[in-house]
Design a protein. Structure first.
Length: 284
């Protein structure tokens, strides 16, 4: 697998999400401050469906960039936004010194009518990438899917869209979470063959509770290998043991990736500094 990474360096990054309720900004910043002590390459900040948390994303990303002095990557979705709204948000990011954007189509908001959905100004993430590149001097990161996007006809088809994103100016990619490294290795081998030269950050999510399988994991469309499902079954009524087993599973995943020259790792922290710290200590 030595062809997967251009060097043997280790680059770790984290994803966090803004506070869901107004008034919890200080709580969120304390969480992120703890995560920042792990010296990540960057911290990405999620974005609510249809821009519902756009101001919170801006505030958190600005805090990471300007107060903690760590590179922030602000998520930006376009499915429920007009070009005017996207222009305004990118302008705000630029004004707050946030220069890296993870450009996403996003999920359809529950309150979005068929009329609005069928006449939206951005159909794909590639439309958003093209628009930003035409209007702003911002660094764009794209999303990719080791087990293919659920709407794609095939992995080969999905890779064509990934290559299109790269050609439009995407500088690197962050992958959807996965639990079987074989999928990622196969994905990367095919990606390089179709001309994907940009770095790809492997997305890892520690499953520390049974509840995650029924929520975040199921929404991602990622398959759950037998080894992980066995752990979940074994510790379904033992929360503390499940917590430790989930962290150990992620540590072993990352160790295997690093061993096979995949040096860019993006950890979905679920805003849990203790989980992030345990993983970092486990892969040292």
């Amino acid at each position: 697998m030595s062809n997967l990474s251009q060097n043997n360096e280790k680059h770790i990054s984290f994803e966090v999400f803004p506070p869901k309720k107004d008034g919890n900004f200080l709580i969120a910043t304390e969480v992120i401050k703890e995560i920042s002590k792990l010296s990540p390459d960057f911290i990405s900040v999620t974005y609510g469906a249809g821009g519902s948390q756009s101001k919170k994303t801006l505030e958190i990303a600005s805090y990471i960039e300007n107060e903690l002095h760590i590179t922030a990557v602000a998520h930006l979705t376009c499915i429920g936004s007009t070009k005017e709204e996207i222009y305004k948000r990118c302008k705000e990011f630029k004004e707050r010194n946030v220069s890296k954007i993870l450009a996403l189509r996003g999920d359809r908001p529950k309150d979005m009518t068929d009329e609005r959905y069928n006449h939206r100004e951005f159909i794909y993430a590639s439309d958003l990438i093209k628009f930003i590149k035409e209007k702003f001097d911002l660094s764009i990161i794209g999303a990719c899917y080791p087990e293919k996007h659920f709407e794609a006809l095939s992995l080969d088809d999905d890779l064509k869209y990934m290559r299109q994103k790269q050609d439009l100016g995407v500088e690197s990619f962050i992958s959807q979470l996965f639990f079987d490294n074989t999928y990622f290795y196969n994905f990367m081998e095919k990606a390089r063959k179709v001309g994907i030269k940009a770095s790809v950050h492997a997305g890892i999510m520690p499953v520390t509770s049974v509840k995650q399988i029924g929520t975040t994991v199921s929404l991602s469309g990622s398959s759950v290998p037998k080894k992980l499902s066995d752990l979940i079954a074994k510790y379904s009524d033992k929360p503390s043991d499940m917590y430790k087993a989930g962290i150990d599973y992620s540590i072993n995943q990352i160790r295997d990736l690093l061993k096979n020259c995949v040096g860019e790792i993006h950890i979905y922290t679920m805003n849990k500094p203790d989980v992030a710290k345990a993983i970092i200590e486990g892969i040292q």
